[in-house]
Design a protein around this ligand. Structure first.
Ligand code: HEM
Length: 412
């Protein structure tokens, strides 16, 4: 087998699509170098990804299956240590994972999510009302004022997080996806969010509410099935996943439509639907770009390489959505009319996203309400800056004009 150099991952995520193409050029499964000099496998080919995601020989538990971590070679000085020290669905395997998943997945079934529709619509309407107060011609950051608060408010309402602690409780997840932080910042962040979540859980024990945190606590107390560390880790995961990728999906969809007004026109004229927009955004702009970690529990052959037992693996969701072997030479093009929008952006197999019905509801509501209220929405900048992360695919902000710009001199 040809031995190619690992692609060195840019911690700042300056151009994740170009980087994914470089990685894929080395093969559907090829090596990358992570911050801290750790070499891992990256899966950017869709077919190989489907195989890895459905193969039970891949674990997500570093404590059992990352040989370098077990041997003490990976320590607190690893910049992605936050992704190792979590104790939740994303770091468990086998029966531990099944147990945690049963407890959390129930909260997000399509039926339960349907019951959240009115709340989502109300949050969107209130945020749009607040936006409507902007001065004519004012530049508004739609990420900060719409794409972020919509999912953040919903998930915090669901989990009964008090208004005054929301920003702090969500910060742990925001810092965790920033891949430019130092190992010290990463470790300090883990410690801080553990403390905050533990305090929150303790307060819910004292004052139970009609919320999902109280439900998780009851499940814990009934059958002692969730220990304290798992409880804290699970809450952290759900607040973070409930916010960050949904925010990116909404931001990326709005940005793509504003950059491609012909596509927006297709929706307006009824030739395409919001579902087409969302599916194509998930494919071409996967909200989760490059996700750590899986570990081979034995040597596995996939995508023309052998992943050795104990090797770490990242799933390159942004890359696989644009795999030319599935989507052809124009895989990079945002085209809501393409017949094949196949993607794996919610994962696949036993670790598949439990929040996809909720994400769909939020994105569809957010987009339709936004473009109905502000039909003349336009970008206020030529180029959007990327979010500083290679794990997520987002923008630093989304500056827009809400209403049509009045030409200078008009109305005098
Ligand atoms: C557009 C929005 C979203 C995207 C793109 C997304 C993407 C993903 C992906 C790719 C995975 C699989 C990770 C892997 O093993 O490779 C995942 C897992 C997960 N997601 Fe989502 N997610 C989104 C929204 C949500 C929401 C709203 C929630 C819930 C509040 C959620 C909760 C979870 C959980 C708990 C897991 C872990 C499942 C497990 O390990 O069994 N996600 N998500």
């Amino acid at each position: 087998m040809e031995n190619r150099c690992p692609v060195v991952i840019d911690p700042a995520g300056n151009d994740i699509h170009a980087e994914a193409a470089r990685i894929r050029a080395n093969g559907p499964v090829s090596q990358v170098e992570l911050p801290g000099g750790v070499v891992a496998w990256s899966v950017t080919g869709q077919e190989a990804a489907r195989q890895v995601l459905s193969d039970q020989r891949f674990s997500k538990d570093p404590r059992k299956h990352w040989v370098a971590y077990v041997d003490g070679e990976i320590g607190e000085d690893f910049p992605l240590i936050g992704w190792v020290l979590m104790d939740n669905l994303t770091t468990t395997y086998g029966s531990d994972h099944t147990r945690l998943r049963k407890l959390t997945a129930n909260a997000f079934t399509p039926r339960r999510v349907e019951a959240m529709r009115e709340s989502v619509q109300k949050i969107a309407a209130d945020l749009l009302d607040a936006l409507a107060e902007a001065e004519p011609g004012e530049v508004v950051d739609l990420k900060a004022r719409y794409a972020h608060p919509l999912p953040a408010q919903l998930i915090c309402d669901l989990f009964g997080v008090p208004a005054e602690s929301r920003a702090e409780m969500l910060r742990g997840g925001e810092v965790n996806v920033d891949t430019t932080i130092t190992p010290e910042e990463a470790a300090a962040n883990v410690e801080q969010w553990h403390g905050e979540m533990q305090e929150f859980v303790d307060s819910k024990r004292r004052n139970p509410g009609d919320d999902l945190t109280t439900d998780l606590i009851s499940a814990q107390e009934d059958g002692s099935r969730l220990n304290d560390s798992e409880m804290v880790g699970t809450l952290h995961l759900l607040l973070a996943t409930g916010t960050e990728p949904v925010m990116n999906l909404i931001t990326n969809a709005v940005a793509a439509l504003l950059k491609h007004p012909d596509q927006l026109e297709l929706v307006r004229s009824g030739q395409a639907s919001w579902r087409d927009v969302i599916e194509e955004t998930l494919r071409a702009e996967a909200p989760v770009a490059h996700l750590p970690f899986r570990f081979a529990t034995e040597d596995v052959e996939v995508g023309g390489v052998t992943i050795a037992k104990g090797d770490p693996v990242l799933m390159g969701y942004a890359g696989m959505g644009r795999d030319p072997s599935v989507h052809g030479e124009n895989a990079d093009r945002f085209d809501i009319t393409r017949a094949n929008k196949d993607h794996l952006s919610f994962g696949h197999g036993v670790y598949r996203c439990i929040g996809s019905p909720l994400a769909w509801l939020e994105a569809e509501t957010a987009l339709s309400a936004l473009f109905e209220r502000f039909p003349d929405l336009s970008l206020a900048v030529q180029e959007l800056e990327p979010q500083v992360t290679f794990i997520m695919n987002g923008r630093r902000n989304l500056p827009v004009y809400l209403t049509a710009k009045v030409p200078a001199g008009a109305g005098r």
